[in-house]
Design a protein around this ligand. Sequence first.
Ligand code: CUA
Length: 365
Amino acid sequence: MGAIGACRNDALVFVAMFPVRMRVVLGVIIALVIALVSSAPALAEGPWPNDPQGPIARTIAELYWIMFVAAVVVLAIVDGALIYAGIKFRERPGHVAQQFHGHNMLELTWTIIPTIMVVSFSVLSWQKLDFINNSRGGDVGMVVQAEGVQWSWNFSYPHEDRFRLKDGTTYLTGAQELHIPVGTKVRIELSAKDVIHSFWVPSVGGKKDAVPGRATDLWIQADRPGTYKGQCLEFCGDGHADMLITLVAHPVSEYPAWIDAAKVEAERINAPETARGRELFRSLACSGCHTVRGLTGGKFPGAPDLTNVASKPSIVGGLVSPVNEENLRRWISNPQAVKPTTLMPNLGLSEQQVTDLVNFLLILK
Ligand code: CUA
């Protein structure tokens, strides 16, 4: 207590050595330095559009920069005038503070200039919005459907014949992955199964809500091959933060090869011999949690991806090893008997259902 008191006294004595005005100036400088240092990490990330990689993202970034620069200029002029007037006309020894009432020229200036600015920004925004909202123009090269479900995105390509599977159904990516070719205008038709979600991949496009019972769409385009991260942007429940989007843009020349590989994977999952098991997997609680690429995107982050479960040496932390018919039967018939703490429920399956499910799981190599 004594030491702290002495220390505080020393600090007060030190501060008192400076004249009042200098203390104020010092205080402001110290506060500014603290503010700058503490916001440095945020500035490195940037409170501005990062790394635009497509026409829409670039348009939004341009609009942002125009408004940002205008705002900085306005800030400098207004605050500059404010500080200048505060110093120049203030009360001080031998000088009475000056009072002003009404100045037509000044008032007209600061009414007309902001009006012109606001109107220009509006017109500019409308023009850019026309471009951004033009998802139905003739230059659309591909159409994708995106369905938001708590808490995952399912992407399918029912309008694209090249994605058609042998049984006439359409390819569906699970695992929240959307694959598109580079340099192609892609219209995304949005729907929502349960609550409102929002599609957003900032590097390549704007964002749009997916609303139950209502059709919405947007378009995106990627300039360069790469993987771009997206996120559901409408709070939609517990798993909202895990409702991510992985957008993969392939070089145009490599895209057909990706489609072929994806279809091979999907056909394997679609094999008629295992149709009963696949339907069970889809209709029972399994698909609610587990991802199987090409079939369903799992919505429970803790549940393992089962796309290649049959080629794993073991599962359930080694408790089910090797992954064969006998061990899989034992596991899904009564999960708690194998691992008492598992979150996977005992679904009370019949012998036949277990057989069908195991047959399906065994083709997931
Ligand atoms: Cu879906 Cu947030």
